[in-house]
Design a binder for this molecule. Structure first.
Ligand code: IPM
Ligand code: MN
Length: 370
């Protein structure tokens, strides 16, 4: 297959982790006779520095014409610490999500037996943890009307949702639940918020079309606690934009390192794949960042292309590095490997094992996404 991939390196450690993904994708292309072409485009602080615009028109055009987008990370401390900045790197990502209608952000949470000691939870609580978060990505408070009065003493952010916006992401979550343990949990704040009550109503109505999926409803404050005390209860989690942002960072620590977690944002057009970690500016250029979040995001991209065997071998290669402790500093502060070395090891593993097939491994509770 021929695929056009737009590459947004972005800020901080974005370029170096994305480079490892490209190595791995090239190994896949070589072994499985695919042709992947890459076009580099700008977004974020990098784009502001070079063009003054966090999402140049050219970036948007090229992304729209691509089969998929591989994205590194966004953000720079010079904007984080300046609440008066008019142009911010994150505006680029939000605009891209909106323009491409990437309404579903999918974040799988897996645990790895060899990394359980890194999790703040006891091993007993981590047994059987394998869930996936469907976060609505183009609505809610992230995109509502904002105001700030002239005296700069009063501000508002509106949270708005239409039934259609809820239904399209909920449908994806239900369909995905049908391929898994058939349980869907809607996380909301329906005891307080009108938008949350609309979410419940839409999900309740939709559930009639998915009688094989058991649905439960949980308030977000309780969910924040349940993710810590009993994370194994979750299968597919569905939630609105900001709740999803918060609980996915919370859930990420179950795996042992934020650096491990991938995500996919899908909608009607090209889909976008990115690690869930941030730009980690302190580590930029030091060859210490964990490339696995990005590489596992590429595996989600391969699934999205229907290249399931290819995706499986990439995940297998990642598991192999973890079980053999070929890991970055966030996982092992004493004996660790550099970002580049880990990328090389994974690309080599793919080259060596592509022909012989993927051996079965019980290491991770990895799921195949989208
Ligand atoms: C994420 C990030 C973004 C978000 C930021 C960078 C705008 O935290 O993808 O989770 O809040 O959605
Ligand atoms: Mn976030």
């Amino acid at each position: 297959m021929d695929k056009k991939i737009a590459v947004i390196n972005g800020d901080g450690i974005g370029p170096e982790v994305t480079a490892q993904s490209i190595k791995v994708l090239n190994a896949v292309a070589q072994e499985f006779n695919h042709s992947f072409s890459y076009t580099n485009v700008l977004m974020g602080a990098d784009a502001i520095d070079k063009t003054g615009n966090p999402l140049p028109d050219e970036t948007l055009d090229i992304c729209k014409q691509s089969d998929a987008i591989l994205f590194g990370a966004i953000g720079h401390p010079k904007y984080d610490n300046d609440p008066t900045a008019k142009v911010r790197p994150e505006q680029g990502l939000l605009k891209l999500r909106k323009e491409l209608q990437l309404f579903a952000n999918i974040r799988p949470i897996n645990t790895y037996p060899s990394l359980q000691h890194l999790s703040p939870l006891k091993s007993k609580q981590l047994e059987g943890v394998d869930f996936i978060i469907f976060r609505e990505l183009t609505g809610g408070i992230y995109f509502g009307k904002r105001t700030l009065n002239e005296e700069q003493t009063y501000a508002t952010d509106e949270c708005a949702y239409s039934a259609e916006e809820i239904e399209r992401v909920a449908k994806q979550a239900f369909q995905y639940a049908q391929t898994r343990r058939k349980k869907l949990t809607l996380i909301d704040k329906a005891n307080v918020l009108e938008t949350s009550r609309l979410w419940r109503k839409v999900v309740q109505t939709l559930s009639a079309q998915f009688p094989d999926v058991a649905v439960d409803y949980m308030f977000v404050d309780n969910a924040a606690m349940q993710i810590i005390i009993n994370p194994a209860q979750f299968d597919v989690v569905l939630t609105e934009n900001m709740f999803g942002d918060i609980i996915s960072d919370e859930a990420s620590v179950l795996s042992g390192s934020l650096g491990l977690l991938p995500s996919a944002s899908v909608g009607n057009g090209a889909a976008l794949f990115e690690p869930i970690h941030g730009s980690y500016p302190q580590a930029a250029g030091k060859d210490i960042a964990n490339p696995l979040g990005s590489i596992l995001s590429s595996a989600m991209m391969l699934d999205h292309f229907g290249m399931y065997t290819e995706a499986k071998i990439v995940r297998e290669a990642v598991n192999w590095t973890l079980t053999h402790s070929f890991v970055s500093k966030d996982i092992d502060p004493i004996n660790n490997y550099g970002t580049n070395a880990i990328g090389d090891l994974i690309a080599d593993y793919v080259k060596k094992h592509a022909k012989t097939g993927v051996p079965e491994s019980g290491e991770s509770h990895a799921s195949t996404i989208i």
